[in-house]
Design a protein around this ligand. Structure first.
Ligand code: FAD
Ligand code: NAP
Ligand code: SF4
Length: 686
């Protein structure tokens, strides 16, 4: 067995989990409203069939005050509990186990009924919470207890009590949010009364044979967060109050330190769980601890368990990316796992945009009933001979979907390797995970039997014999046409992002980047780090962002200590407003903060007047005022892209059935999420 620790059952006394893998709670948006129970049942059942040891649902509020937003999913009545039974039955039918997460958001609630220990507004909600009275607090406790009882009634195997990430229970623990002077505030004993009372009363109500997970904030990463002594006291209390498992929480939502983005080192916070586990073990406390954050492969998970960092590993997004993660690991097919690249683009970014979450690398996630890969034999369709031109994300998704269904598929690429622009993306420091998608598709091309033809720039004549031709030929860089840009005397001074990332052209010390979209930001990070990656150097990453040992500094919060920039960079855009406004909702702030820490100058509202030997001349606004020289040795053009579809017209005139996907169809606002979704959908439908 390749992953003996990961696949080892965990005996909880009254029940046994089949392995050490927890599918962590993720809000997909399906929880809110009544119409998605069947869809959730299919979604969770697929993960249970994939052999997850224990699933935790997205968060359910125990009452209206606890809503994350108006009409958020709530479990407060027997009627609601009955509706959940379709989920628990579906999971149990697959041999799985599932716990419901009780999430009371407190002052994080994006709704007018939110409550908190003190009347202190959070930076992430426009609503100021109502300060709870003594009776109000008792009402919240009762709601938690009732919610847990109803979860049991609904057939769940347990509950997870959300006590971290800065939510309601966490808010009582720290003076940052709890400034009460009654029996629920002041001393730490008073501040931790609420979570302990909640747990004790839940245990009394549900009996001894029901899983209670407590999600404990081990590293708040906010000013005046919990000290390490307080974390330890709380952990002891949580065990005494009857928790079956302790899960790890890292960072409040308002913290300025990234905790799950792709640029966070893999398993970058597991050391905190280990620190707590080691101490509790010394005291003879053996309650299993679960570690979490940026764990996305069975190897990483296995190592954490083998070195004693935890007793279980929580992975959430990796189960959007691949419901069969555990099964593939058990069957020694780990190289077939579709790895979560921690991009947040289709999961968390969707949540913030009030859309149902899915997954960039697996568009079926949460859309299992809608996107179905049905074999042609089953639908009695004729087998087609299909050519896919371009092995970027769009082409790879389409080709493998078509081949899986049984079509004969030929995938062509002019390059020597598959991946298209993902080969550029994976070179950016902090985007190393993108290589996993290429590994996955490489293996999937083999498994599904796609005929791969690399180093083949195809022409119209090559494609005439196919039933269908898919053009997934991607994009070419847009030429911004700046005066002086093509002056032969400036050869080597003006480069495109392709020259920098693909052709490795030499770049000087002072750089101006024209265009501040995703690629402009990425090129800036690439040039700043110059071959180093903080993501692969965890101690340096912690120094850079200011993460310390919580035993030495309260809440693990240090002053950031960025290393000096390796280049002086100016990033420019023509539109007014902040740079990077179009980047992902949950990751844009990280890119902006990273560049600010490296003193990158960001200029908006510019006109590009000319390029000369001295650098880039710009002026500002419609009136072209304040002409200024941005002194630069190198100017890198990242001015967007245009579709590459030169094969379309000749093929159509030759009578070939042509389909365009990815960048070849539309370059504006193109990303890999759209490319893979389009490729998969077309692959399902031909
Ligand atoms: P491409 O990836 O461009 O692939 C097209 C392929 O077609 C190429 O391999 C090319 O060689 C081949 N081809 C073209 N013409 C022919 C021909 N005649 N014959 C044979 N082969 C041909 N997206 C995200 O979603 N998130 C990110 O974080 C992200 N980061 C990025 C960072 C960088 C630095 C870059 C450059 C891009 C990034 N992207 C990101 C964008 C993403 O990579 C693209 O949106 C995606 O690759 C587009 O997929 P595609 O399949 O349409 O085209
Ligand atoms: P982009 O995001 O559309 O940005 C293009 C940039 O070029 C903008 O700053 C634009 O701003 C500028 N520009 C446009 N036309 C110009 C012109 N004629 N002259 C000068 N400047 C011009 O495109 P991109 O950066 O090329 O990225 C391509 C795609 O890859 C993006 O759509 C993105 O989704 C994806 N990607 C995503 C990420 C990510 O982290 N999610 C990272 C990299 C890439 P002004 O018009 O204001 O000057
Ligand atoms: Fe992971 Fe990105 Fe998929 Fe979210 S969208 S699950 S972060 S790969």
């Amino acid at each position: 067995m390749s992953y003996p620790h990961l696949l080892e059952p965990l005996d909880l006394g009254f029940t046994t989990l089949k392995n050490r893998v927890l599918m962590g709670s993720m809000h997909t948006g399906l929880e809110d409203g009544r119409k998605h129970f069947e869809r959730m049942a299919v979604y969770f059942a697929e993960r249970a069939r994939g052999e997850v040891g224990l699933i935790v649902t997205g968060g359910y509020a125990p009452n209206i005050e606890g809503w994350a937003k108006p009409f958020a999913g709530t479990l407060a009545t027997s009627g609601a509990a009955r509706r959940h039974q379709v989920i628990t039955r579906a999971v149990h039918a697959e041999g799985g186990k599932i716990a419901l997460q009780i999430l009371h958001t407190g002052r994080y609630g994006y709704q007018p009924f939110c409550v908190a220990p003190s009347r202190i507004q959070s930076p992430i909600s426009p609503f100021t919470p109502r300060e709870l009275s003594e009776r109000g607090i008792q009402r919240q406790i009762n709601a938690f207890v009732r919610c847990a009882q109803l979860a049991r009634e609904a057939g769940y195997d347990g509950v997870e009590v959300m006590g971290s990430e800065g939510y309601f229970l966490n808010q009582f623990l720290v003076t940052h949010t709890n400034q009460r002077s009654d029996g629920w505030g002041g001393s730490y004993e008073n501040r931790m009364r609420l979570p302990l009372e909640v747990l004790t009363r839940i245990r009394a109500a549900v009996g001894p044979d029901f899983i209670i997970i407590y999600r404990l904030s081990m590293l708040d990463l906010i000013p005046n967060g919990s000290s390490w002594d307080e974390v330890l006291q709380l952990a002891r209390g949580v065990v005494k109050a009857g928790a079956t498992l302790i899960n790890t929480g890292i960072g409040w939502h308002e913290a300025r330190i990234p905790t799950i983005a792709t640029s966070v080192p893999r398993a970058g916070f597991a050391w905190v769980t280990k620190k707590l586990r080691d101490q509790l073990r010394l005291e003879g406390i053996t309650t299993p601890l679960i570690t979490s954050n940026r764990i996305n492969t069975p190897e990483v998970a296995e190592n954490l368990l083998a070195e004693g960092s935890a007793d279980m590993v929580s992975m959430a997004r990796p189960f959007l990316a691949d419901p069969e993660f555990v099964k593939k690991a058990r069957e020694n097919r780990a190289d077939e796992i579709n790895t979560c690249i921690a991009c947040n683009q289709a999961c968390l970014d969707h949540t913030f945009a009030q859309k149902i979450s899915s997954c960039l690398v697996n568009p079926r996630a949460a859309f299992e009933q809608e996107i179905n890969i049905i074999p042609i034999a089953k639908s009695q369709q004729a087998r087609k001979k299909v050519a896919v031109v371009g092995a970027g994300p769009a082409g790879m998704a389409a080709a493998t979907t078509l081949a899986e269904r049984g079509h004969e598929v030929h995938l062509f690429d002019a390059a020597a390797e598959i991946g298209g622009q993902f080969n550029l993306a994976r070179q950016i420091p902090g985007k190393e995970e993108f290589a996993e998608t290429l590994r996955y598709f490489g293996r999937r091309i083999e498994v599904t039997g796609v005929h791969l033809h690399l180093n083949r720039r195809v022409t119209t004549e090559d494609l005439l014999a196919y039933d269908d031709v898919l053009l997934a030929t991607g994009v070419t860089p847009r030429d911004p046409g700046i005066k002086g840009q093509d002056d032969p005397a400036l050869a080597g001074k003006v480069l495109s992002y392709l020259d920098v990332l693909a052709r490795k052209a030499p770049v000087g010390q002072r750089v101006a980047i024209v265009g501040a979209g995703g690629i402009g930001f990425d090129v800036a990070e690439y040039l700043l780090e110059a071959g180093h990656s903080l993501t692969l150097d965890a101690p340096a990453w912690r120094r850079e962002w200011g993460v310390g040992d919580p035993a030495e500094v309260r809440a693990g919060l240090l002053r950031p200590a960025p290393s000096p920039p390796r280049r002086a960079i100016t990033l420019l855009q023509r539109k007014a407003g902040k740079l990077g406004g179009g980047l992902g909702k949950t990751t844009g702030w990280i890119h902006r903060a990273a560049l600010k820490m490296k003193q990158v100058e960001m200029l908006a509202d510019v006109n590009y007047e000319a390029i000369t030997a001295e650098g880039l001349w710009v002026s500002y606004g419609e009136k072209h005022r304040d002409t200024q020289l941005i002194a630069a040795d190198t100017i890198v053009l990242c001015a967007g892209q245009l579709p590459n579809r030169e094969l379309e017209a000749p093929l159509r005139s030759a009578g070939v059935r042509v389909h365009l996907i990815g960048g070849a169809l539309e370059a504006g606002e193109l990303d890999a999420k759209r490319a893979i979704l389009q490729g998969t959908r077309l692959g399902c439908s031909l």
